[in-house]
Design a protein around this ligand. Structure first.
Ligand SMILES: Cc1cc2nc3c(=O)[nH]c(=O)nc-3n(C[C@H](O)[C@H](O)[C@H](O)COP(=O)(O)O)c2cc1C
Length: 352
């Protein structure tokens, strides 16, 4: 009688590796899909002293600006019922110090580091991209579009035109893998995602924090020094997940899911919604090793479910066919369906 070998007795180790940007000439290969989120992991150096950061899929730096920034008035961080609020104000040491003191250390690491950039004008972002392009230790750039544009006071990520202009200007300055990180405070995330994709983004990170606040009832004023801040953590997860799903079913561009991920199950949900990789942020404030625990949990899930390669789950919860031109994004993915192998390639199609 045929007696199959129980899967768990096989020597096969689940394959967690992902190629985030198969459409990019150099690509961005990770040993697993778990990254750290910008601003929640410093520049990685402190964490390197407490655990093996080389096990991470990738690290995203704190936002880098042209000049050093002191950040906003204290208090800058406060807990909420299901997450936390922050208004750090982009405190960082500036691009010169990054290139001089930090990037050379990144260059000695196996784990890829992606530089998150922020600016007050398109010219700032373009200059940052130019400076970082080709710097040893910088494997890619992530544009934080949730910053006010001093030229019109609006955030770059709140309308398709600004998102497109910004992405295009950065794209002109660098061949590095380019992720555009969008914020959730918009009515049409797919329209903005499509604009960034058309302007040259290789991938999208979804999402940044949601604008929010708390009031100090004794002092009768907003609790955060800056007044309001960004909500992150578990409260953000269902919102982020839906945005990942919406974009993944409409556009043909790799997605990094981010928002409230604290467990392997959360990460799996994001991947099934169409994310190729995930970022873990606020969870590391409670448990600095959360990203490693999530990697371990992912591997256990795959063993339990007999999944040989993690890319099998990418987009598993998406409809078999991306939506037709009748939806608000208007983009039908060319080539592969989202469940083919997760190797989502190509550009998004322009709406309308
Ligand atoms: C303290 C703090 C600082 C952050 N700084 C940045 C930043 O510099 N650049 C950026 O793009 N996102 C920044 N973020 C947003 C996170 O990268 C992430 O998008 C967001 O927190 C949602 O993920 P999470 O719920 O896992 O934290 C910051 C978040 C927190 C909590």
């Amino acid at each position: 009688m045929f007696c199959p070998t129980p899967w768990h007795t096989l020597k096969t180790v689940p394959n967690l590796s992902v190629e985030l940007l198969p459409g990019h000439k150099r690509g961005l290969s990770f040993s697993n899909p778990v990254m750290t989120a910008s601003g929640t992991f410093g520049n990685g150096l402190d964490y390197a002293k407490i655990f093996d950061i080389q096990r991470l899929g990738a690290i995203v730096s704190k936002a880098i600006t042209l000049r050093p920034r002191q950040g906003n008035a204290q208090p800058r961080i406060i807990e909420t019922a299901a997450g936390m609020l922050n208004s750090i104000g982009l405190q960082n040491i500036g691009v010169d110090a990054i290139l001089r003191d930090i990037a050379p250390v990144w260059a000695t690491w196996r784990v890829p580091v992606i530089a998150n950039i922020a600016g007050e004008s398109i010219a700032h972002y373009a200059e940052l991209a130019r400076r970082l392009d080709g710097a040893p230790g910088v494997s890619g750039i992530e544009i934080n579009v949730s910053c006010p544009n001093v030229e019109n006071g609006l955030e770059f990520g709140t309308d398709p035109r600004s998102a497109s202009d910004l992405t295009y200007a950065v794209r002109r300055e660098t061949d590095l893998p380019l992720l555009v990180k969008l914020g959730p405070n918009v009515t049409d995330i797919v329209g903005i995602a499509a604009a960034a994709a058309d302007a040259g983004a290789d991938g999208l990170t979804l999402i940044n924090t949601f604008p929010a606040m708390r009031i100090d009832i004794q002092a009768r004023r907003p609790t955060l020094g800056w007044g309001s801040g960004g909500l992150s953590g578990p409260a953000l997860k269902p919102i982020a997940l839906r945005m990942v799903y919406q974009v993944a079913r409409s556009l043909d561009i790799p997605i990094v899911g981010c928002g409230g991920i604290v467990s392997a199950e959360d990460a799996i949900e994001f991947m099934m919604a169409g994310a190729t990789a995930v970022q873990v942020g606020t969870a590391t404030f409670r448990n600095p090793q959360a990203p490693l625990d999530i990697i371990d949990g992912l591997e256990e899930f795959m063993q339990r479910e007999q999944i040989l390669a993690v890319r099998e789950i990418i987009g598993a919860a998406l409809p078999a066919q991306r939506e037709s031109q009748t939806n608000n994004a208007g983009g039908v993915a060319a080539g592969h369906g989202p469940q083919s192998d997760g190797a989502i390639t190509g550009r998004a199609l322009r709406p309308g």
